[in-house]
Structures are given as structure tokens and as C-alpha cells.
Write a new protein. Structure first.
Lengths: 320, 320
């Protein structure tokens, strides 16, 4: 599938942001390695998801484009698909769980997509989407298990490696597995001896368990701050991960917040909890990274800061 | 003085971070212009101040280096001088007002500097520093009025223009005036017809008033969230600003917070209030920037996030 990642890159490179790779001497000191952060928080719509969404939508037939697309997503894929659809002049319907972060819902609506609210159980999403597809002929663009979504997601690691060259490890977060699958395909295609590590919240460790058991073991309604990683592997992502990923490790909620605080305070980057999970894996020292060159995919930066800024505004008012 | 900026750049370029220039299509749409943000929040120690500090310290005589340096600063210059001194093996003593943000005090101490706490009145700093200089023979490195600090600060705009080329405007925040002076020297040296605009909090508008009156009118203990801009112009910075800056505009506290929220949420950059002031000036639409190419110096990203992350940690604990 490496050829599909290369083709996706050619297809989307003029439209996606070629996001910066950031480094920090403090991070290198702490980890005793050379770390390269691929900052997809700077991607259009604030996450890597735009890569896959634009790749998938730009390959639809004229007929499909006319009828429109539908998906279910807690947020980042929703925004990404909404913007990609807007840019390509396609109607997008997005089914979002009622606990999706309000900032992500508002942004999705802002890109002109139609929102349909559904329940929080994994099966709720399908139950809402299927009747709409039957009625209106929408094309379903699955947030992670779609092969075009996976190829598009893989272009982040592809760009990273094209820019920094040889790497010993590439770390990616894993939720539905689209990013990890794409990362593994791109990495093994360009650097066959590099190791690919998936990092997952302990509280939503279906990929870890599925990888160990050799069969898909989904997780139901997991409780993790990393809201982008609450979904489970699909048939395509599981197959690719089983074949190409070297290891899956888990991190605690505290480790996720610590990594997030490190990135915000020391590297001055706004990343969402899911976006800090791969760095949390590096900082957890479960892998021997000494003197290694380590690529780290920072998946996104969409976090609700309304409360934070409301507090600052109250403080200015009271000090007048 | 443009030659001094060029010389400073040659002197410090191997040590400072060549910080990225960021753009955002949303920002260009809102302002109807092309904006280029020079992101000094990614500079070593989290602000542009490291440029001037390293430039000044690397020109000290052997005798001066042996005796050590002293300064007064609410935070960013303190951290910058502390790290520059550490890298060059020089003792640094920093006089910090008792209301300096605790995260900046801790960072300064972390770089190995000796901290002396003083009062919050403008004169308190001098009163604390002078006896120590008399006793120990320290060299005073003024945070803004020192010509080597000014030349060093100017290298940020110098790098920006070398990277992006022609600009119609360059916006810089103004507190003590070191950054604005350096920015004006660099900009007029490279692009004589570009306009340089200083942006200042309304609540600390000594530079605005001094510029208008043609004489220094200092401000006493101003109340602004932009803690890096509470200081007043000095003799050198006032002279340079009077000669080379085209306009000084002011922004309200609300405008500063709005600009900060825009940079965090939309551009995924952690900037401190002072660091958002130049963007607040652009967003305030006081200048006609339509179809113009606008450089914006984002001065720093040091903000205390302890409370924000403590709240997140409480939330994860309570949801267990």
C-alpha cells in the first residue's frame, strides 16, 4: 500500500499544510535521544485528519460528489471532512456523539456541514448513519477504516521522513487506527528497518489487547481524556497494524496530561490530549530510545479553551 | 545602527533558534492582508530576549565576565540573561519584582542565576541593583535601554525580513522599547519604505504618550495583563523610536486577550499576553492594512499554566 501513500501525497500536497517538524533540546536531554515532532496541530482544521478527508473526497465519482458524503466522528474527522467537502463543493452530513467537545461541533458547523447528533455507544453511530445513506445515497467516509483515509493519514509520516531522513523509531497515537496504519505503511516503505510504535491510553486499550490477542477486541465507551482515541480498530486498520506495527504500548491518563503540559510549557505548542499521547509514550521510557532518532506524530491541537479564556477575562474585569 | 544589528546576527546566529515564521489563512481573511508571524515564543527561554542577552554577554571583557552581570526584569529578560550567562560561564544576579510571575522566577533560578527580590515601583529596581554593583563590580545589563540588547532584539525582524522578503508594515509590541527599537533599525535598514508600528497596552501607554509629546513621560506601576510591557522607555530606546518608528497605537486589555485566544485556538501557539499585543494591534484595524504584507513580531510564550493543568488533573482524578 506504500504506492497509495505516495499517490495520496501527490494528490493532496498543494492543499494540505506542509506542517513544521519541531525539536527541543530539553526533550532530547530528558529522553537521551533526538526527537522530531511532526506537528499536525498546525494542519488545516487543527489535525492530521484533513489529509485523509481531502484524499478520499477528491477521488469520488461525479455521481457521488453530487449526492454528498456522510460520516460519524467525535470531532477531528468531522471538521476535516467538512472543510474538504466545502473546498470541493460537496455536501457533508456529520453524525456526532452528544458528548463531542462543543468547540469541535461548532467548528464543524462553521465549515458548512450538516450535523446530526447521536448517542455515545459505538453502535449508535452506525444506527444513525445507515438509514440516511439508504434514503439519500450519501457515500460513507469512515473516519479510520477507509483505505483512502489511511493513505492520506500516512502522508504525515511520509513528509516527516522526507524532511528529516533516517529515523530509528516512529511513534503514533492509536484510536481507530487510521493514523497508525498510515504511519506504518509510510515508515516501512521509506525506512524498512525503522520501528513503528503505537501509543494508546490505558483506559481505551483495545488496540493493545487486539494486537496481543491476534483478533479485534473492541472497547465500549472508554473513559479517557484523549477524546480522539475512544474509538476501536476496524478490519482494515487491524490487518495493517498486525502486519506492519512493531509494538503497541499504553500510557496512563496522568502521563498524557504530563506530556501535554510539557509540550505547552516547554515547546509552546497547543496540542489536544490525543495529540500528546505519542510523546507520552516516548516519555514513559518503555522503549530503549537512547541515542536513537525518534519521529513523533503530534496528531492535533483542537481543545476547548473557552473556560480558560473566560477566566482570564473575569480577572481583567475584576482588576479594573 | 543597522550595522550593529547585522553584526549581532553574525555573532548570535549559531546559538539562537532561527524561529519559524507562521501564517494562517483565517488571519489573512480577517485582516484582508498577508500576515507573517515571527514566532519568538519558540526562541530559547521562550522569548526574543535571549537574542539581546546573548549578544550583550558575548561582548563583555574577560574582566567583566569574571566579575559577573546583574539586571532587573519582571521575567523574560531575567530568564534570557540567566541562560546566556550559563552558556558563557558567567555569574548572573537578577533583581525581580515581587509580583513577577512565579513560573518566570522558577525558570530563572533553574538556569542557575541568583535571584534578588525587589519592590514593584520603577525606582525599586535601581535602588536594589546599584549597591550590589558598587560592592561586587557586576556589569549592569539593562533589559531594554542597552545598545547591545537593542541590536540583539533587532535580529528577530532581520531574520523575518531575510526569510519573507518585502513587507509593507512591521508590528512590534513596546514596553521598555528594546524590541521596537531593534525592529525599527532592522526594518528600515533592509526595507526603507516599510512602516514600523509599535503596539502598547492602553493601560501602560507611556511610549504612546512620549512619542506624541516628544519627551519621555514614564508610567508608574501600570495595571496590564501584558506583564512584559509594564516598563517605560529609556533614553536610548526613546531616541531610536522617535527617529525610526512611524506610529505607536494602543490596544485595550480585552483586545489583548482576544488576540491571545485567536493565536492559541486558531494557530495552536502558546503566547503570553505581551506576545499577543502586536497581533492585537493588527486586529484592531487602526491601520489600513488591506492587501498589505504585514510582519508581526510575537515576542514570547512564557505564561503560567500551573492552574490550567492542575484543573485538568483534578478532572481526571474525579472521573476515575
Amino acid at each position: 500500500m506504500f504506492k497509495e501513500v505516495e499517490a495520496a501525497y501527490e494528490r493532496i500536497k498543494e492543499t494540505v499544510n506542509s506542517t513544521p517538524v519541531m525539536t527541543a533540546s530539553t526533550l532530547d536531554e530528558i529522553t537521551d535521544s533526538e526527537c522530531f515532532l511532526k506537528c499536525e496541530n498546525f494542519q488545516k482544521t487543527g489535525s492530521f485528519k484533513f489529509r485523509g478527508a481531502f484524499n478520499a473526497l477528491s477521488q469520488l465519482s461525479l455521481e457521488q460528489k453530487k449526492k454528498g458524503v456522510i460520516t460519524h466522528s467525535s470531532g477531528n474527522h468531522a471538521q476535516a471532512l467538512a472543510l474538504a467537502a466545502k473546498l470541493l463543493g460537496i455536501k457533508a452530513v456529520i453524525c456526532m456523539p452528544k458528548n463531542a467537545p462543543s468547540v469541535k461541533v461548532a467548528a464543524t458547523r462553521g465549515y458548512g456541514a450538516e450535523i446530526v447528533v447521536c448517542g455515545t455507544q459505538p453502535t449508535d453511530r452506525e444506527k444513525t448513519v445507515i438509514p440516511l445513506i439508504e434514503r439519500y445515497g450519501y457515500t460513507l467516509i469512515h473516519p479510520s477504516n477507509d483505505l483512502k483515509i489511511i493513505s492520506g493519514a500516512g502522508t504525515a509520516a511520509y513528509e516527516l521522513i522526507k524532511e528529516v531522513g533516517e529515523l530509528d523509531y516512529v511513534f503514533s497515537p492509536v484510536g481507530g487506527g487510521g493514523l497508525l496504519s498510515g504511519t506504518a505503511i509510510a515508515t516501512k516503505g521509506l525506512l524498512p528497518s525503522a520501528k513503528v510504535v503505537g501509543v494508546e491510553p490505558e483506559n481505551a486499550c483495545d488496540a493493545y489487547q487486539s494486537f496481543k490477542a491476534g483478533k479485534i477486541i473492541p472497547v465500549e465507551n472508554p473513559n479517557t481524556i484523549a477524546d480522539g482515541l475512544r474509538t476501536s480498530l476496524g478490519s482494515n486498520t487491524f490487518g495493517i497494524i498486525r502486519e506492519k506495527v512493531d509494538q503497541i504500548i499504553t500510557v496512563s491518563e496522568e502521563e498524557i496530561v504530563d506530556a501535554m503540559q510539557f509540550i505547552w510549557e516547554r515547546m509552546k505548542l497547543v496540542v489536544e490530549p490525543s495529540g500528546a499521547v505519542s510523546l507520552a509514550g516516548v516519555l514513559s521510557k518503555q522503549m530503549g530510545l537512547e541515542s536513537r532518532r525518534v519521529g513523533i506524530i503530534i496528531s492535533g491541537g483542537n481543545i476547548d479553551l473557552t473556560g480558560f479564556f473566560a477566566k482570564i477575562r473575569r480577572r481583567i474585569k475584576s482588576s479594573k
